[in-house]
Design a protein around this ligand. Structure first.
Ligand code: PLP
Length: 425
């Protein structure tokens, strides 16, 4: 029988183990599936993260009492809830309070996704149509969010060149600020966005000195600073500091509870009280004000309380995989170890005869030769990435043992490729 293992960017196996969490719904692991179960108060909620339909069905159907508490999106709901339902609704507030304290910010807001969270931040910071934000040209906000800030918020973007460490040149930033405003030819520069860790640049951690200097430039020119901190907890772990030590330099932050933190869903947006009050309105307008968020927040609380510490493991596994690629015989992989700082690895293939897409396909596929050589089939999901690189990401559910299997597979693929080239020559 083949054994299938996954290292994956898109398909994740979420493991959320039982804890002493004070909420009455406790996520537990459903092995080998993409599902997670929330248990408590006599109800069992099957939670299907990818492609699921939001909230939740029980195996046997939740008790009537629970249905009333959660109010699925199909249930009629009029006016503000009372009684039991309130205890479920209260829970996002606990999560938001925990998050705000952790971020060192006045308030926080639970939203469905990182993309929506970033968009809300842009909408709140840039209040007038035609306001401008300055972003890195390789930032997630600029590259992967469909220009939502322009489409939906009427906000114009100017870009600065993203450097290989995820920062940008502050003189270039200053040159992009619209010093001509209020001349009617120009938009008004309001906001600068940073990303930490930097996704496209391979999980690079922004240096605290950069953030400090950036904030001082922003203060000088009356700009606000938003951090797309989808993976800022990885940055905090990599630097060995509290998240608030990073976030003290920002006016707002968006932190994903999924990704490395392993919650099935959710992002928390942090900022000042006034910022969050306005964010609540923007979230509602974008359709993100979910009645069901109390149940989802139970997993989010565990993500913040229990999952940050274990990120070290992801960073360690990422590094050992990177080192093993360099030691591969035959030499097929190019890695700059100095750039491996968190849970994302980008590497190149030395042989132009194998493209990143072919390589990823090979890592994901299993053939008989492999089963014979390794004693089992190992399926590793990676991603052909920008600039001819391959991207691999470690997260909850990818163990040291999985990493060793992925190393074996990468070495096997290199070996097989060499034999093929020899035969073809
Ligand atoms: C840096 C960064 N920001 C924002 C997002 C968007 O998050 P979501 O997929 O929850 O919308 C991602 C997703 O990969 C990301 O990597």
């Amino acid at each position: 029988m083949h054994c299938y293992r996954y290292i994956t960017v898109q398909r994740r196996r979420h493991e959320l183990q039982s804890t002493n969490d004070s909420s009455s719904f406790t996520p537990v692991l459903l092995p080998q599936t993409s599902s997670c179960v929330l248990r408590g108060s006599g109800a069992t909620v099957l939670w299907v993260p990818a492609g699921g339909h939001g909230i939740s069905r029980s195996h046997r159907g939740p008790p009537q009492r629970y249905r009333h508490q959660t109010r699925s999106s199909h249930a009629p709901s009029h006016g503000r809830g009372r009684g039991r339902r309130r205890c479920v609704r209260r829970r996002p507030y606990e999560l938001q309070k925990i998050a705000a304290d952790m971020f060192g910010m006045e308030a926080a807001l639970y939203v469905p996704t990182g993309t929506m969270s970033n968009l809300i931040a842009v909408m709140v910071h840039c209040r007038e149509r035609g306001d401008e934000m300055i972003v890195g040209d390789l930032s997630h906000i600029h590259v992967y969010e469909q220009g939502g800030s322009a489409q939906l918020a009427g906000v114009h973007s100017a870009t600065v060149t993203t450097l290989s460490d995820g920062t940008f040149d502050l003189d270039q930033l200053i040159s992009k600020i619209r010093h001509g405003y209020p001349d009617p030819h120009y938009p008004r520069s309001r906001l600068v966005c940073v990303e930490n860790t930097h996704n496209i640049q391979g999980g690079r951690v922004l240096p605290l000195s950069f953030l400090q200097e950036l904030r001082s430039v922003a203060d000088n020119f009356g700009l606000t600073v938003h951090m797309d901190g989808a993976r800022v907890m990885n940055a905090a772990v990599a630097l060995g500091v509290q998240p608030s030590a990073i976030l003290q330099h920002c006016h707002s932050v968006s932190v994903c509870l999924s990704k490395g933190l392993g919650a099935p869903v959710g992002t928390v947006l942090g900022g000042s009280k006034d910022f969050i009050q306005r964010a609540v309105r923007a979230r509602k307008a974008l359709g993100g004000g979910m009645r069901q968020s109390g149940v989802l927040a139970a997993a989010g609380k565990i993500a913040l309380s229990d999952m940050i510490g274990r990120m070290k493991e992801d960073h360690r596994n990422t590094k050992s995989f990177a080192q093993a690629l360099l030691q591969c015989d035959p030499p097929m992989y190019q890695v700059d170890l100095t750039t491996v700082e968190s849970n994302i690895l980008r590497f190149r293939l030395r042989d132009a005869h194998m493209s990143p897409a072919e390589f990823c396909e090979r890592m994901a596929g299993i053939d008989e030769e492999e089963v014979k050589a390794l004693g089992q089939g190992v399926q590793v999901l990676m991603f052909p990435h920008v600039g001819g690189t391959v991207r691999a990401v470690w997260h909850l559910g990818i163990s040291e043992e999985d990493t060793q299997l992925a190393i074996q597979k990468a070495h096997f693929v290199a070996h097989q490729h060499k034999l093929k080239s020899i035969r073809a020559a």
